[in-house]
Design a protein around this ligand. Structure first.
Ligand code: SER
Length: 391
């Protein structure tokens, strides 16, 4: 098996962008994590997101072949954070054909980039292709392309359909997986989780409307996205994304300061890092929308830290990772507010609990009159009543 090239994340960025620039793509600067006003989503969730109008047919001022590196934030995977591969904030390497070349070309370039650009052996690749459902048929173009390249294919349905919400551009996709196990590759992406998904090539062929119907786009596009942190993990032969160059400074600082289980340590690193990114893009903690996501991330970290030792404080984090200024102030203010809320909350919750088990009305009442969210009440109940199971 050929050894993949070990690279720092900036080298991977550069290699990716160069590869696509050499093939006529123009580099689009990355956008903020905060989408423009009027956009229904809270955060930029993939590289294609800022390109939505162009995928639906509007001409892009930079042409029909684009490449970029976009910071993305996904809260849909929140519960999976703590495992080897899921992060809330990650960087996506993206390439686009806006009504230009077809998916077959995109897949062949993708394959060549992984094999020749990054040195990932052919024998470590497996792909999945859309097998067809009652609305859209089998993706024969992708299937034939992969068969021609000699890469094993697994057909799936739901896993190989991409959309960015209920409406907007969407279509079948083909995902490239790399084997991350110790021995020779086994099984398929669907049967062995050591096959790790790294690159998604989506054919934006349809527009889904409010009523759920699909119409064909006049100029189908190809949208690809590859998670940088996962790619670095594969190239470095790491056990998890936390061993990559972007996450390592977090892991080292957190490890030095606090003794945590591996899973807790990962959650703490992920959430703090995302918190910094979100504050840097202008979000402040609040009880709604983006501000609430930020608040939840910081409070979840504090809950983990205080379970071990209530004197732990975010002020101990070094300025290399939590810069002095806005970010540090936001973190320490939120910590102070949460400490105070918990102090009052413990009192209110225990008093109420002494009258009997919590009802829905108690939850509502404590939220409305004392600002105590449900998960926090459960957290306190868990502390004061042994064996309390979260509702
Ligand atoms: N939109 C696809 C994804 O997010 C590819 O960019 O996976």
């Amino acid at each position: 098996m050929r050894k993949a090239t070990v690279m720092h994340h900036e080298q991977i960025d550069r290699t990716f962008v160069d590869y696509f620039e050499e093939r006529g793509h123009r580099l689009v600067p990355g956008s903020s994590l905060i989408p423009p006003p009027g956009d229904p989503v809270l955060f930029t969730t993939s590289g294609m997101h800022p390109l939505t109008p162009y995928l639906l047919g509007r001409p892009h001022p930079m042409g029909r072949r684009l490449v970029n590196v976009q910071r993305c934030l996904r809260t849909t995977d929140l519960d999976e954070v703590g495992d080897r591969t899921h992060l809330t904030l990650f960087r996506m390497l993206g390439s686009w054909s806006l009504g230009d070349y077809d998916v077959s070309q995109s897949l062949r370039w993708g394959y060549e980039f992984l094999r020749d650009g990054l040195g990932i052996g052919h024998d470590r690749m497996h792909v999945t292709v859309f097998g067809g459902d009652d609305q859209v048929g089998l993706d024969e173009t992708s299937l034939r392309t992969w068969e021609g390249l000699g890469v094993p294919v697994e057909l799936t349905v739901q896993e190989n359909w991409w959309d960015n919400g209920l409406t907007g551009p969407c279509g079948p996709d083909s995902e490239i997986f790399i084997w991350t196990g110790d021995g020779p590759p086994r099984g398929t992406p669907g049967t062995d989780e050591r096959w790790m998904e790294v690159w998604n090539h989506v054919q934006m062929r349809y527009h889904r409307h409010e009523d759920g119907s699909l119409t064909s786009l006049r100029h189908p596009s190809v949208d690809t996205g590859m998670g940088l942190e996962r790619l670095e993990m594969v190239l470095g032969g790491h056990r998890s994304v936390y061993q990559g160059s972007g996450l390592m400074p977090w892991v080292e600082s957190v490890q030095r300061l606090w003794e945590l289980s591996e899973r807790d340590q990962r959650v703490v690193c992920d959430h703090l890092r995302t918190g910094v990114g979100v504050v840097e893009d202008g979000v402040r903690p609040s009880n709604t929308g983006r501000g609430y996501v930020l608040r939840r991330l910081i409070r979840r970290v504090l809950t983990i830290l205080w379970r071990r030792d209530p004197t732990h404080t975010l002020s101990d984090l070094p300025s290399e990772i939590v810069p002095v200024g806005d970010v540090r102030t936001v973190f320490t203010d939120e910590e102070r507010r949460f400490r105070e809320l918990l102090r009052r909350g413990r009192h209110v919750v225990t008093t109420r609990r002494s009258r009997g088990p919590f009802t829905e009305e108690d939850y509502r009442d404590l939220h409305e009159t004392h600002g105590l969210p449900r998960d926090l009440i459960d957290e306190i109940l868990g502390e004061v009543i042994p064996g309390h199971v979260h509702a």
